[in-house]
Design a protein around this ligand. Sequence first.
Ligand code: BES
Ligand code: MN
Ligand code: ZN
Length: 503
Amino acid sequence: MKFFIKNSSLEKEKSDCIIIFVFKFCEFTHLKNHLNAFSSSYINNFIRRGDMQGKIGQTLLLHDVPNITSKRMLLVGCGDKNTLNRYYLGKIVKKTMKILNQFSIKNIIFSLNEINIENCDIYWSIRTIVNSINKYLYKSVKINTSFKKDIYLNSISLNVMKDKYFNIAKNALEHALAINSGIRAAKNLANLPPNVCNPLYLSLQAQKLSEKYKDKIDVTSIDVKEMHKLGMNAYIAVGSGSKNKPYMSVIKYSGKNKNKKNKVIVLIGKGLTFDSGGISIKPSKNMNEMKYDMCGAAAVYGTLIVAAKLNLPLTIIGILAGCENMPGGNAFRPGDILTTMSGKTVEVLNTDAEGRLVLCDVLTYVNRFSPNIVIDIATLTGACVIALGNHFSGFFSNDEKLACSLEKSSQQTNDKIWRLPLSREYEKELYSNFADFSNIGKGKAGAITAACFLYQFSKQYTWAHLDIAGTAWKSGKNQGATGRPVELLSQFLLNESDFFNFE
Ligand code: BES
Ligand code: MN
Ligand code: ZN
């Protein structure tokens, strides 16, 4: 799909269809400014007749509108002008796409003038529209089939009327497209089956980034041998039951920044390419979905693509913590005591609580980068799904400022997160008779005790943890990875680079 920003007079456009947003109770008086008077009164007739009341989701397709060179015009209802927000705009655009796809429409032009309203300025309108279109167009790659979604459309223009919006619109499109390719990359990687996407495969994908973005990205892959040298025994233990050996990829993105020293931001993604539970094996129902236990790593991978495409002036260390949790003769067991890289010891009471064991060593490892900010992203607990369902990711932080920035990015993108507490009472639940900690809590609030476990290893820096167990993929008929929270993280990085600030 090709996208263009335009700043032209709509009546002269030779597209297959012009898309015009119509609000409730609105006449098209202002359309006169950019559509000749004759056509706008023609359209107003339909509105007066009541064929288009501007109700949300209502549509009316007109053919051969007089004095307009485009073949069709689609009026799309947007509801009340004061209540339209990005969320509804996204839904409206999705509906628009469904309608357009019924006809052999190749290229369209959106008139953005009408929706440039307070709750949805031009920058965010474009981000929302482009994002929603790409979501609609996404179809997961099927293995060894030539399945393709029938889409006629190949070119979409977004028309802004005022000159002063042109550059903002261009930026918005650039951001939206970069974020879309990040989301896509994350989804494609996460949707792969676990017999293809194993820890080695993950690390090879990371390596490829350094080929594609030669001047910006360097990748190092750390294998078991090196993990041994580093003392990452908890990470190694999780991988020891599998024939697919663990690999930790360290993706270093260095953006150029003339003015000041770069901030160093570390993103750590849990990359369990399959989590069977190990010796504490999971029930077989839906166990296939544990291929998505690497969605944290996929999100980090996608986010680094966004950073590279946008040349963000930051230093970002992305870590894909690849590993596979399997039962086996060499597997770690309940009762084992592991000495983590930090020197602290952990008694394993459940081998299915493996994510935190992998992550605790990575959290220690990243100290070497003297990071300003560390964020880990993990499908960490089923308890988080019980607590928040599939809409909000759980989040935790040891720093108020970082928590605020993440919340802001979340509100901007509608990639929802909800903060949960870290506190001493929960930490006590990690008590072990034989080691510094046990790897599970004693009972309830499993998302919190898991986060408290990680917190023990991240005290040297500003840190946040995102538990995406409920949001990273969808189950059921439309099963598939969601690409979350690539958009949230990308927005966070955009805000951290503060060279574009529209809000
Ligand atoms: N990857 C799972 C968490 C998970 C489960 C995510 C279901 C999404 C859906 C994690 O490794 C796990 O198994 N956690 C256990 C922890 C428990 C043993 C303390 C869980 O949540 O059941
Ligand atoms: Mn597990
Ligand atoms: Zn897991």
